[in-house]
Design a protein around this ligand. Structure first.
Ligand code: ZN
Length: 450
């Protein structure tokens, strides 16, 4: 992380404790971030959260070092504070009568986000089960904690004493890696599970992938894709309810409201699309007609050290080209699912999509082929994609514990970019990074792209 310094001219809002005395102020900010744009977004957010309205930017973000502040007491203090806490802000205000200046002072926001309320609501939602089976109804009463990653052959085979590593919902708070996503060890029954199916439907529907290795048949591929889709739908429905609940609790004019509102809009759009895709899948399942599924399966004879299941609306391909515009809420989005799967001998990485999503998905897969043709390692390309696009994954302790610290940090940093609300997805996020870490070796490919 780099340290950025920037300044804004600000005006107190009505909730600001200095509102009666201060007409305006200069806000100086020190922010730890990956790039200038994310530093700007973060500073903007925290200033508005502290009851200020931004009038204009006074100094654009510049990367700074500690040496620059050695002669300046307050600057040095704030620089050091930012290293510990991720950011620091100081305000110098001028009075309404124009005669005096106030500060430098530090601002206490009038509203504090109640993290405990947030977590309690999140837990309540994740525990409200419902059956997402295409034939699900009020009769589905025995909702189970279904695994979205194949359990018996996949998760169990990489576990050590029933445990694996997974991305933590808690962020690192230690000084050196503040804000970075970390991986934590937990029991496999807490990995990838969601209350999205009743026992009968889960057993019936997924029998051919839970009890047999992937061959692959169209039906098996279809079911892997369907399970990724249902899990995402469950998570996103909960997220939307969570944002709605939180929004009702935040005062107007507070930047948390804008942030929640923006995130809610994005989630809502993603969810509308997920529901459309699910109804296409439901239809095929009802008719037991699987021939519209398209897939590419990369086959490895190695012993797997990771298991995962996820999906994405492909925005940028492996060469950094734009495939579809996720910001255009009028259009229907193409969707691709991906997961690891046990094979008769070895394991595979399976990409799948319904033929109605072929436009973006075929280009996505072709860009992967082009990068391989240009000499890039397939294993690196796939590992990078999984780490940066999927939070529903498990890592073998045997592999993770032996990894050099520097490589663990590279993986955590790449995964954090996805989780950072102040960073937009970089067009180049699949082009480079994490080379030579996974050493995944694939010896053959099966596909039915037409
Ligand atoms: Zn059911």
């Amino acid at each position: 992380m780099k340290t950025y310094y920037l300044q804004f001219r600000v005006i107190p809002t009505a909730s600001n404790e200095h509102h009666n005395l201060v007409e305006g102020a200069l806000a100086s900010c020190w922010v730890l971030e990956h790039d200038a744009q994310a530093a700007y977004a973060q500073a903007d957010f925290f200033i508005r959260k502290s009851d200020w309205r931004i009038e204009k930017i006074a100094e654009y973000p510049v990367e700074v070092t500690r040496e620059l502040f050695l002669e300046r007491d307050i600057g040095l203090e704030q620089f050091d504070k930012a290293q510990k806490e991720g950011f620091a802000f100081v305000y110098v205000g001028w009075s309404r009568d124009g005669k005096t200046t106030a500060g430098p002072f530090i601002q206490n926001p009038s509203f504090r986000f109640e993290i405990s309320r947030f977590l309690a609501k999140q837990k309540e939602l994740s525990q409200s089960g419902r059956c997402l089976h295409f034939d699900g109804s009020h009769r589905c009463n025995n909702i189970i904690n279904a695994h979205s990653i194949q359990k018996n052959q996949s998760l169990a085979s990489i576990a050590q004493d029933g445990h694996v590593y997974k991305p933590s919902t808690k962020f690192s708070t230690t000084k050196a890696n503040k804000g970075r996503l970390i991986y934590e060890k937990c029991g496999i029954n807490r990995v990838s599970t969601f209350l999205g199916f009743c026992k009968r439907h889960d057993n019936e529907l997924f029998e051919t992938i839970d009890n047999y290795p992937l061959l692959p048949t169209d039906q098996q591929v279809f079911l892997y894709a369907y399970r990724s889709l249902c899990r995402e739908l469950f998570v996103k429905e909960n997220a939307l309810k969570l944002f709605e609940d939180q929004l009702s609790n935040v005062p107007d004019e507070n930047s948390i409201k804008d942030l929640l509102h923006g995130t809610k809009e994005g989630t809502s759009f993603g969810l509308v699309n997920l529901k459309q895709h699910k109804s296409i899948y439901d239809e095929s399942l009802r008719e037991k007609s699987y021939f519209k599924i398209r897939y590419v399966l990369f086959i490895s004879k190695q012993k797997p050290f990771m298991a995962f299941s996820g999906l994405l609306y492909p925005e940028f391909d492996f060469m950094g080209r734009n495939l579809q515009n996720l910001g255009d809420h009028q259009q229907k989005l193409d969707l691709i699912t991906f997961c690891s799967a046990p094979l008769d001998s070895g394991w595979g990485v399976l990409f799948a999509w319904h033929e109605s999503s072929s436009k973006s998905c075929v280009d996505f897969m072709r860009s992967l082929a082009t990068m391989m043709h240009e000499g890039k390692q397939l294993g690196d390309l796939l590992f990078r994609m999984v780490i940066s696009s999927c939070e529903n994954l498990a890592i073998a302790p045997e592999w993770w514990d032996d990894l050099p610290q520097e490589q663990k940090e590279k993986i955590e940093s790449k995964a954090s970019l996805m989780a950072n609300i102040f960073s937009e997805t970089k067009q180049s996020y699949l082009i480079e990074g994490l080379e030579g870490i996974a050493a995944w070796d694939f010896e053959s490919i099966i596909d039915n792209m037409k």
